[in-house]
Ligand binder design. Structure first.
Ligand code: SF4
Length: 298
């Protein structure tokens, strides 16, 4: 496969801020409508274990989470700012669905993050069915105050694969959410898991066309991990779950990028804390290395 050049989030952040800027993942106390009435009890998507994509910082208060992380990052080898400068960061509302609440509650929590001087942007992760006109209006207001993007979990446009992962929403709800956000000039980032069971090459082509037509701003790719204590782990106990080999996965990602235009790539593959991985996980350990060799950021 010929090397693929892609526009990376890191390069966009350097354009915006003149230097690398980290994201700080937050658990802002929201839930998810796919996990039952209280938002946290039911199983939700087959692969969902929020511990695998949550803030490693156990503080309950958003500002406390941010202050602890800012302190850690500012003395880290990777993110320590040059002498005389202050570390700046983006508050990443990451765990669960971060627009699943009334606008006034959302406002309180986003404002808490922005009240910290070093927070210079917001990234808000949510589900398509947690966007409505009132929430889109609220987000548009934040877009005038700070750098902002909205991450929408879609994972696939294959109806069979969406049903298999028990995603609990369809493609039209994703399209409607994108339209509500784009009409207000907001940036959207779509999450995809290429190669889910039930997804075909034709599905991926139509997914790329849809993303190009909608002009999504960015894409975040993940490969499927089997995480402990998830419905997926139980499915894997009763049969094999398809997890693409590195070359197949790279080809899928390349095809999607090729057919989608020039989105900002936020991530090319997923990572998972080893202690959370199920012994049944068969994800190809070659994926990170191959992706780094084949894909070059600009
Ligand atoms: S949408 Fe996210 S938080 Fe909700 S069940 Fe699916 S993976 Fe879990």
């Amino acid at each position: 496969m010929t090397p693929i050049r892609y526009r990376s989030l890191a390069s966009v952040l350097r354009e915006w801020y003149g230097r690398p800027v980290p994201k700080i993942g937050l658990d802002a106390g929201f839930g998810c409508p796919n996990r039952g009435p209280d938002g946290r009890s039911d199983a939700g998507c087959v692969y969902c274990n929020n511990a695998s994509f949550s803030s490693s910082n156990p503080a309950e208060d958003i500002q406390e989470q941010l202050q602890i992380s800012l302190g850690q990052l500012s003395v880290s080898r990777r993110w320590a700012p040059p002498d005389g400068e202050t570390l700046r960061a983006i508050a990443y509302f990451q765990s669960y669905s971060n627009t699943w609440a009334a606008p006034e509650i959302l406002r309180q929590r986003y404002d808490k993050a922005l009240a910290i001087r070093q927070i210079v942007g917001l990234a808000i992760s949510t589900r398509p069915d947690c966007i409505n006109p009132a929430i889109a209006d609220l987000l548009a207001e934040y877009h005038t105050r700070t750098q902002l993007w909205i991450e929408l979990g879609l994972q696939t446009t294959s109806p069979a694969a969406l049903a298999w992962i028990r995603r609990g929403h369809d493609v039209p709800s994703f399209t409607a959410a994108c339209n509500l956000l784009h009409e207000r000039g907001l940036r959207t980032v779509v999450h995809l898991i290429p190669g889910l069971p039930g997804e075909t090459a034709a599905d991926r082509k139509s997914c790329s066309r849809l993303l190009a037509d909608l002009a999504v701003w960015g894409i975040k790719f993940h490969h499927l991990h089997i995480v402990r204590n998830t419905p997926l782990e139980s499915l894997a106990q009763s049969g094999t779950v398809f997890q693409p080999r590195a070359a197949e996965y790279a080809e899928m990602v390349a095809d999607i990028l090729h057919n989608t235009g020039t989105p900002v790539v936020h991530r090319l593959f997923s990572t998972c804390r080893p202690e959370l991985l199920s012994p049944l996980d068969k994800s190809d350990p070659e994926i990170p290395g191959l992706m780094r060799r084949l894909f070059t950021p600009w």
